[in-house]
Design a protein around this ligand. Structure first.
Ligand code: IPD
Length: 268
């Protein structure tokens, strides 16, 4: 049994489990996939693979570290006072998975004392993998990552996403309409964890979204922060369901100001 809670050890375990979990997701995708149920709205789907991958990760974590807790998108959990809480999105980008668009990820983070200290995001479709430990930097394979050096919001390529409820999406669309004339362009790829890793790489200059859950941003948020991005909420708040902004210091204030003006954290 592993007894150490060092970030590097937790990351090594997370990476090995994310890899086998990704293989399972890809194998199930090849066998054909269908939405098996809906959650918050008729477009918020869950597939058998979301559930199977979550069970696989839970079993692997339990075998390696039986005392830890797990908060997962499909089965909840994560309460209690274990030293380590794992935060899992078994398939982030479920709609992409359903449509066989190669932008879906296993996202797994280790949290100690309320702080995420290690995380991996693996795009299961492409095998691309991003990792970070707190204070240890962010990496794609061996390559250390650095967020964009852009300082002009007018030149920034900005990622975002939309929730599943129609009323929320309408508000989010108004925010995009108010933002798009002030930036280079918008991207909506459909997996928040990957969006955050793209900020870490500088492939997106910035990203924001309202309505994220911890499993959407725990690992990717650490990866973006360790690459030098500021990962915050609005007005000094921590990133959370009201708002997450990930942007390098040269852009963060400008994007924050614009999103605040547009009431991006408001609406339903
Ligand atoms: C969703 C994706 C999407 C984001 C949504 C998330 P899911 O997660 O990350 O990009 O815009 O807010 O709910 O449902 O595919 O795990």
């Amino acid at each position: 049994m592993v007894t150490m809670d060092r970030p590097a050890d937790l990351l090594a375990l997370a990476v090995s489990i994310a890899r086998s979990a990704s293989e399972l997701a890809v194998r199930m995708r090849a066998e054909g996939v269908a939405a098996v149920a809906t959650k918050s709205t008729a477009t918020d789907v869950v597939t058998a693979a979301d559930r199977a991958v979550e069970r696989h990760v839970r079993e692997a974590l339990h075998a390696a570290r039986p005392g830890d807790t797990v908060l997962g998108e499909e089965y909840g959990g994560g309460s209690g006072d274990a030293a380590v809480r794992w935060i899992l999105d078994p398939i982030d980008g479920t709609v992409n998975y359903l449509y066989d668009l190669p932008q879906y990820a296993v996202s797994l983070a280790a949290e100690v004392g309320g702080e995420v200290i290690a995380g991996v995001v693996r795009n299961a479709a492409t095998g691309k993998e991003w990792t970070a430990t707190r204070g240890g930097g962010a990496f794609a394979g061996d390559r250390r990552l650095a967020a964009s050096g852009e300082t002009d919001l007018g030149q920034a390529l900005v990622g975002t996403g939309f929730g599943y409820a129609a009323a929320r999406r309408s508000h989010q669309a108004k925010v995009v309409a108010g933002l798009i004339g002030h930036i280079r362009d918008i991207r909506r790829f459909g997996a928040a964890s990957i969006d955050l890793c793209l900020v870490a790489e500088g492939a997106l200059d910035a990203y924001y979204e309202k309505g994220l859950n911890p499993w959407d941003h725990a690992a990717g948020g650490l990866i973006a922060a360790e690459a030098g991005a500021l990962v915050t909420g609005l007005d000094g708040a921590a990133p959370g369901p009201d708002m997450l902004i990930a942007a390098p210091s040269g852009l963060h204030e400008q994007l924050h100001a614009r999103l605040s003006e547009l009431d991006a954290a408001g609406g339903p």
